[in-house]
Design a protein around this ligand. Structure first.
Ligand SMILES: *Cc1c(COP(=O)(O)O)cnc(C)c1O
Length: 469
């Protein structure tokens, strides 16, 4: 599989997976996206409810990257990356929850981060090369990256976070791993952290001296494996989990049942309707983009719901065709506080800029803070179910689609464990969910972080002192 920049207009030379992974961003500032859309429907049809997540990941890795990873490497990679799995539970008639919070940091980002870490380690193995991952976090994403790369011997991770502006539990998750995970407590804002990382990548002297690379959510090594859990969900026995909700043959969307066979290679395949509509709580839209990829490759799905909080740039676009990025506003679902989603460019490229094609497949729905709290409260009071605030925005959107009849069955992605956001849970329900042991353990460990000024000099000095051989 080969990749080109979203901005290259097809004229740039395609790169392989390895280069796309280590480079992160294309040289012209665009995002890498697949040059061709392989038809993997044969492989995808071979997945059954008894196919484990690791096995599914392995078969997809083989199908996508056989030129760059041997069968052995792909096997090792998927075993190491996924000691955890997704799970499906039933929320109500027609509404399933795809639980993606069973990994080390209790959020869906564990899937992408863990695969990326193991891909990088695999590519570096035996080459006596090293990599230094530089990443800025406002709190939540850093912990998945820290956990994923911890203990990878060819890689160091440097995480910049704004001093005093992350929650105590987030800080514990970032600062207590030690080993190859280095936490830099920056005396500044999250924007300062992000700007420092950007400056370091573009500083010629630093990038000459040190093998700096990124691990943010636009990296293909994180994006691609996120398609695996859609495929996993679509291959379970949904009818026995949720009897009677799907109406095969009377699907909302018409599409050729046999999928792709007649379409030309250049045009996106129409895709197959199938066991339900995926509802995706979204911020930077990496997760949703991964779902669209899965459908392009041959997964059956009726469509997608882009569920946002009050940062509703994409739902607005899907309604009006007018894309108006703007500064983000803070909400209770803060991992989705994004006013200019970084993956929108990639989503748009997948539909070749065709707004109508995108709007046919994806519906938007935004929820404000009150609606998020009400949904959390409602599910807690009626069913004793805690939802994380991000998941709640999705669940509300999914419930609306079921009520309005625009979806027969909804599979909402549960993006984080509710115990990661105890303050919001208390606000909504008056109580807090129990912490999984792996989160509780983190709270008792000792913080190790280096305090630095928000300057490139300070960051450069730390990097050179720590890593220059
Ligand atoms: C990152 C995140 C999201 C948003 O995912 P995107 O891929 O950026 O759209 C939603 N929920 C949680 C809990 C997250 O951490």
């Amino acid at each position: 599989m080969q990749f080109v920049s979203t901005r290259g207009g097809g004229k740039d030379a395609p790169v392989g997976f390895r280069q796309a992974v280590f480079q992160g961003l294309a040289p012209d500032g665009g995002l890498y996206h697949p040059l061709e859309e392989p038809d993997l429907s044969g492989i995808i049809r071979g997945f059954s409810p008894s196919t484990s997540f690791t096995e599914l990941a392995f078969r997809m890795t083989r199908a996508l990257f056989s030129q760059e990873l041997t069968e052995d490497q792909a096997d090792q990679l998927c075993r190491r990356a996924f000691p955890f799995e997704p799970a499906l539970s039933r929320l109500g008639p027609g509404h399933l929850l795809l639980e993606l919070f069973h990994g080390p940091s209790c959020a869906f980002k564990d899937f992408g981060a863990s695969y990326l870490a193991n891909v990088m380690q695999t590519f570096l193995d035996g080459r006596s090369q090293r990599a230094i991952i530089l990443t800025a976090t406002s709190g939540d994403t850093g912990s998945a990256v820290a956990q994923a790369f911890h203990g990878k011997d060819a890689i160091d991770v440097v995480i910049l976070y704004p001093s005093g502006r992350v929650s105590p539990s987030q800080e514990q998750q970032l600062t207590t791993l030690g080993g190859n995970v280095h936490a830099l407590e920056v005396q500044g804002s999250f924007d300062d952290c992000q700007s420092l990382v950007k400056q370091a990548f573009t500083d010629p002297a630093l990038s000459k001296d040190l093998p700096l690379t990124s691990a943010n959510s636009i990296n293909l090594g994180r994006l691609i494996p996120q398609s695996f859990y859609y495929l996993w969900a679509a291959s379970r026995d949904l009818e026995s989990l949720d009897p009677g909700s799907s109406a095969p043959g009377t699907s909302v969307r018409s599409a050729s049942a046999s999928g792709a066979s007649s379409s030309s290679p250049a045009a996106p395949r129409p895709g197959k309707s199938g066991p339900g509509t995926f509802c995706v709580p979204s911020g930077n839209f990496g997760n949703l983009t991964a779902g669209i990829l899965a459908r392009r490759w041959g997964m059956a799905a009726d469509g997608f719901i882009a569920a946002t909080n009050a940062n509703d740039v994409v739902p607005q676009y899907l309604e009006t065709g007018d894309y108006q990025p703007r500064p983000s506003i803070p909400t209770h679902a803060n991992a989705m506080d994004v006013g200019s989603p970084s993956n929108f460019e990639r989503m748009s490229a997948l539909f070749q800029g065709d707004f109508h094609a995108m709007a046919r497949l994806i519906r938007g729905e935004s929820s404000n803070n009150q609606q998020i709290l009400d949904t959390m409260k409602d599910y807690y009071q009626r069913q004793g179910v805690y939802l994380c605030p991000h998941t709640a925005a999705g669940v509300r959107a999914g419930d609306r689609a079921l009520k309005e009849g625009t979806a027969q069955r909804v599979i909402t992605l549960a993006t984080a464990h509710p115990a990661k956001f105890p303050e919001i849970a208390r606000l909504a329900t008056g109580t807090e969910p129990a912490m999984p042991q792996r989160l509780a353990d983190v709270m008792s460990r000792t913080k190790q972080a280096t305090l630095i000024d928000p300057t490139l000099e300070a960051l450069g000095a730390f990097l050179r002192d720590s890593f220059r051989s």
